[in-house]
Design a protein around this ligand. Structure first.
Ligand code: GDP
Length: 472
């Protein structure tokens, strides 16, 4: 980790735009004298000082609070100065530029994205999983995701990982010690009940993995393509699924015409929905960019929701729609407007058998793929649809992930489990190849440590922190 520079850094920490308050944050080693000079008074650590922010010529640019946090008891572990002024872009820029000019001698420069948090990690204020949780908390799109990110940030996830690591380390110590005394190798596994210990660690690891998978669903959500002819009720279904969340039915940020990807939440799980109605041929450049994004989104789709009018399930146009969609993505068929069929009520599981339930080769007629019968208007059958979507996402209803996890974490846990299994296999064989057993334990430990960042390459760190926002 020698690649990282320790120049003092500065950034506007609040979001761009206008707001009541705007915060400028400066971090570096030995900032105290400079901070006092900048503020024109000796700053008491961790005290709010109300003062004018004057430029080099003495003119007042703004007024607000200055807070000085001496290292190591600060966010980054270095000395940190925070200036809280008014949240206007021009005034913040002016204060920032003045600070940069006055800090030029000590090498003050603009911070890279995530650089404050990266320093917190490098100075052991946070481990890597906690640092990632900072970004996840900022990006959380539902209360459930925010709550779980906060749990990760406060170390709930890291504690579990550390506990697993510790158990592996204890076992490793026993094995490594035995390897130095070959005559003891023979009965090592028996003497220390290695197989039982392994089994217990494996079970604990499986629990952590299951929770991490739930955390991943909460973070990433489910990518859904909504396909269907005009007027079958796609918008109505979106609104009905969104339910009380309806205010969150928002276009993904971007150009005004980039309205084809929408996000709603089911049980706090984000559903990224691409409405194929938006995917038309167009000459308009802006709209085309939106459409290209939609195809990119479709490529990531985990399920296609094919909505049909229950009154015409055999419409040949529907078969054509299905053929145009990406191969390899499962299709969930939904018959809407059941209320117009006059069957009376639709059962909650939407499972009335019908005569024309199969028409496109990709829609395999398994019990899981009977058309779901719903009415977006009355809400009938929607619970079954919600349950099906959450099941496809891998979410177990009623559970709440105590922490938010990333793909990276799940992959590392899976790798750790694979190495544990290999170790167990060596333990099960009577020829007892103890050094292979030891090696698998070492690899298990390494995979776990990768999560919290003890053994993590600079490249990976760079990639993780570059996705943060500036000023964090
Ligand atoms: P889209 O073009 O596929 O997005 O379809 P819309 O959601 O705009 O719906 C088209 C029309 O069908 C509207 O008048 C809706 O009120 C109506 N509609 C949608 N779902 C239902 C339903 O389940 N039952 C009934 N009776 N009408 C529906």
């Amino acid at each position: 980790m020698t690649e990282f520079s320790s120049d003092p850094i500065i950034a506007i920490a609040t979001a761009p735009g206008r707001g009541g308050i705007g915060v400028i944050r400066i971090s570096g080693a030995g900032l105290r004298g400079w901070a006092d000079a900048l503020c024109g008074q000796a700053l008491t650590p961790r005290h709010a000082h109300y003062l004018p922010f004057r430029d080099r010529g003495g003119e007042i640019m703004d007024e607000g609070l200055a807070l000085f946090f001496p290292g190591p008891h600060s966010y980054t572990g270095e000395d940190v100065l925070e200036l809280q002024g008014h949240g206007g872009p021009a005034v913040l820029r002016r204060v920032l530029e003045d600070c940069l000019a006055r800090g030029a001698d000590m090498g003050l420069r603009l911070a890279q994205p995530g650089e404050f948090t990266q320093r917190a990690f490098l100075n052991d204020r946070l481990d890597l999983a906690q640092a990632e949780a900072v970004a996840d908390l900022i990006e959380a799109s539902s209360t459930a995701a925010a709550r779980s990110a906060m749990a990760s940030l406060s170390g709930a996830f890291s504690t579990e990982i550390d506990a697993l690591s510790e158990r592996i380390v204890r076992l490793r110590m026993l094995v490594e010690a035995t390897l130095d005394f070959p005559e003891e190798e023979i009965d090592f596994l028996e003497k220390y009940q290695a197989a039982e210990r392994l089994g217990a660690v494996s079970a604990a690891l499986d629990c952590v993995l299951a929770t991490a998978r739930q955390g991943l669903v909460l973070r990433e959500g489910l990518h859904v393509v909504l396909a269907g002819q005009p007027n079958v009720g796609k918008s109505s279904l979106l609104n009905a699924l969104a339910g009380e969340d309806v205010a969150i039915v928002t276009p993904i940020a971007g150009t005004t015409r980039d309205r084809v990807v929408q996000q709603i939440h089911l049980d706090g799980i984000p559903l990224h929905i691409v409405d194929t109605a938006g995917l038309r041929e167009t000459e308009d450049t802006v709209e085309r960019i939106g459409i290209e994004r939609s195809w990119a989104e479709i490529a990531r789709a985990q399920v296609i929701l094919h909505l049909q009018d229950a009154r015409h399930p055999d419409d040949p146009l529907d078969a054509q729609i299905v053929q145009r969609l990406p191969a390899g993505v499962p299709v969930l068929r939904v018959w809407n407007k059941m209320d117009l069929l006059g069957h009376g009520t639709v059962p909650a599981d939407g499972s009335i058998p019908g005569k024309s339930e199969r028409h496109a080769s990709r829609e395999v007629d398994t019990p899981d793929n009977m058309p779901l019968r719903i009415s977006a208007q009355t809400g009938a059958g929607l619970d079954a649809l919600r349950a099906r979507l959450l099941a496809i996402a891998g979410w177990t209803p009623g559970t709440e992930s105590p922490w938010l996890a990333r793909e990276r974490h799940v992959r590392a846990l899976e790798a750790a489990r694979a190495h544990l299994e290999a170790a167990a296999m060596h333990a099960a064989h009577s020829d007892q190849v103890l050094d292979l057993f030891a090696e698998e334990l070492r690899l298990t430990h390494e995979a776990l440590c990768g999560i919290t960042g003890q053994f993590t390459s600079d490249d990976l760190l760079g990639e993780i922190f570059s996705r943060f926002c500036i000023g964090k």
